[in-house]
Design a protein around this ligand. Structure first.
Ligand SMILES: Cc1cc2nc3c(=O)[nH]c(=O)nc-3n(C[C@H](O)[C@H](O)[C@H](O)COP(=O)(O)OP(=O)(O)OC[C@H]3O[C@@H](n4cnc5c(N)ncnc54)[C@H](O)[C@@H]3O)c2cc1C
Ligand code: FES
Length: 281
């Protein structure tokens, strides 16, 4: 995975603390799979003096890639100060990617807030592969953070396949994304994909399980290094949590605790424990 200098092309304030950052960097944009992420050095002079921060790659066009971020703390606040022309140290692309659906499957993409970017990346990848049988359910709290929809708004402003939802009903469907999905119904072979708050991932996983729909989730654990060195990003293997005494004894700590940065961030939803601990959203 390359560690390179990405040049800021745009750092746009979308309102509600949500920003869109576009970089030019052929080294990183060259080969990105949907679901992969980058580790960005947030502090001037944008070298990795402090721990970098992880962000999903939302879209790639030629040698340009973009991330959508929410200003929530020190690192992301510093990112809001990045200027066009700044050179930023970025590591990536990192992690694994979503599994593409079978040709007969409808891909259902569910994204919440700043968990929407990997769904944009997946929708782009599906279109590029000629798989037009997909539907996206994307949700935010209300009009204040509608900037999170930008990836879908720019490419699919009026497409029935994209259903926007808000908790306060100010845009689109009133309610959460799983309700928006169930409202339209689950018909035929389906494969679900999700990224967002942990409570949302649990609801998606439960719904998928109930309807026998294979499901993958992208988890956004805290990450110190992004490359498997610091062990800050562990997530528990469901086989350990649900296993009996003998099964637990047979598993090493490396089987029990999965590194989200190396084994993920994309996991089958029934493979991991979707706990709240350590999650931001
Ligand atoms: C693979 C991956 C992809 C991500 N993609 C995106 C994205 O596309 N857009 C986006 O806005 N965010 C994304 N995130 C989350 C993003 O990395 C954090 O918001 C960011 O690191 C916060 O940095 P900060 O320095 O601003 O916050 P800090 O000042 O470090 O922390 C602010 C507060 O948030 C907590 N916190 C910080 N990071 C996390 C975290 N990852 N999980 C739980 N709590 C945390 C801290 O404990 C503290 O309470 C992603 C995370 C991962 C692991
Ligand atoms: S982030 Fe360091 S091991 Fe995963």
């Amino acid at each position: 995975m390359p560690d390179s200098r990405s040049t800021v092309l745009e750092n746009r304030d979308l309102g509600g603390g949500v920003w869109l950052l576009r970089f030019r960097d052929p080294t990183i944009a060259d080969d990105v799979g949907p679901g992969q992420f980058v580790m960005i050095a947030c502090s001037p002079p944008y070298e990795p003096l402090l721990l970098r921060r992880p962000f999903s790659i939302q879209r790639v066009e030629g040698d340009v890639y973009e991330v959508l971020y929410r200003d929530v703390g020190k690192g992301t606040h510093r990112m809001t100060k990045m200027q066009v022309g700044d050179e930023v140290q970025v590591l990536g692309p990192l992690g694994n990617s979503f599994t593409m659906p079978r040709p007969d499957e409808t891909a259902v993409l569910l994204g919440g807030g700043v968990g929407i970017p990997p769904m944009v990346a997946l929708a782009d990848a599906l279109e590029a592969a000629g798989h037009t049988r997909w539907a996206a359910y994307v949700g935010v709290s209300g009009i204040v953070d509608e900037g999170c929809f930008v990836g879908f708004d720019e490419r699919w402003p009026n497409d029935d396949r994209v259903r926007r939802a808000t908790m306060d009903g100010s845009i689109g469907f009133e309610g959460h994304v799983v309700a928006a999905w169930l409202d339209r119904g689950i018909t035929g072979p389906t494969r679900a994909y999700a990224c967002g708050p942990m409570v949302m991932l649990r609801a998606v996983a439960d719904t998928a399980g109930t309807h026998d729909v294979p499901c993958e989730v992208s988890v956004e654990t805290m990450m110190g290094c992004g490359v498997g060195a610091c062990m800050s990003c562990v997530i528990e293997n469901r086989a350990y949590r649900d296993g009996d005494e003998a099964a637990r004894k047979s598993m090493s700590p490396y089987d029990r605790w999965l590194l989200a940065c190396r084994k993920g961030p994309v996991f089958p939803s029934d493979r991991i424990v979707l706990d709240d601990g350590g999650f931001l959203h």
